[in-house]
Design a protein around this ligand. Structure first.
Ligand SMILES: [Zn+2]
Length: 245
């Protein structure tokens, strides 16, 4: 049995910090995107509490309308609700629903980028590139379908590396693949949030400055370049995905 809305909205064990209960309740009570006003508020609340607002790096506006309201308008005219409806609340993240999860995520990112392009003065320059919204989109969707969407951020990614996952976790699809493999080693009593809590704690230690080697996985920290990471996390590494945590 996956947790219910009531579990996520009232039980610290499922929700984590109290502010999460507020965000879960917001999405339970206002699940849809037909109102740009409501959608803008949800984007603001999740973006600010999770320090991942799509407004960061969006440039300067061409209009008096706040960016979140423009995003809300795009979402109100989008297929997001249809895509969310295709994922049952009770479905836990698994390889079977991975495609729907990754598709909805990619779709939300593309809507945020399109909204930002229409809003931003900088975006009128053909060379402008939007910020990567993968992390925000994973958080936003997680609060709408907490059983289905894993949260991706730099600590969760580092945590997956720390527990021995060797795939490319820089995209949400790659992150979800690695998350699914890790989940298979964790018995049956987990939720995306319970695994996230473990992975973020591991990732914080893994990324902590000061120590030469990670105190958990013992891998050297060293140079954080792409090449350096590829070397450190090469598939030949001796760790497995089944570290006890
Ligand atoms: Zn580590």
């Amino acid at each position: 049995m996956t947790p219910t809305w009531t579990d996520y909205c009232s039980n610290e064990g499922f929700a984590g910090p109290f502010e999460n209960q507020i965000l879960y309740a917001m999405c339970r009570d206002h699940p849809g995107h037909d109102s740009s006003y409501v959608a803008a508020g949800k984007v603001t609340a999740i973006g600010r509490i999770y320090a991942a607002s799509p407004a960061r790096g969006a440039g300067k506006p061409m209009t008096d309308t706040p960016l979140v309201r423009t995003i809300g308008e795009y979402l109100a005219n989008s297929k997001l609700d249809e895509m969310l409806a295709s994922i049952d609340f009770g479905s836990r993240f698994s390889p079977e629903i991975l495609e729907s999860v990754v598709s909805a995520h990619g779709y939300l990112v593309s809507e945020i980028v399109a909204a930002t392009r229409s809003w931003s003065r900088e975006a009128q320059d053909g060379n402008w590139r939007p910020r990567n919204h993968d992390s925000f989109a994973s958080k936003y969707l997680h609060f709408h379908r907490p059983n289905a969407f894993p949260i991706m951020d730099k600590f969760a990614r580092a945590g997956l590396k720390c527990v021995g996952q060797t795939g490319n976790v820089s995209t949400y699809a790659g992150f979800c693949d690695a998350f699914a493999q890790y989940a298979q080693t964790q018995g049956d009593d987990w939720t995306p949030r319970s695994l996230d809590t473990v992975l973020v704690a591991r990732g914080r230690k893994h990324e902590a400055r000061g120590e030469k080697n990670c105190e958990e996985c013992k891998k050297p920290k060293g140079h954080r370049t792409r090449a350096g990471l590829a070397e450190i996390y090469a598939p030949a590494a001796t760790t497995t995905g089944s570290d006890p945590v």
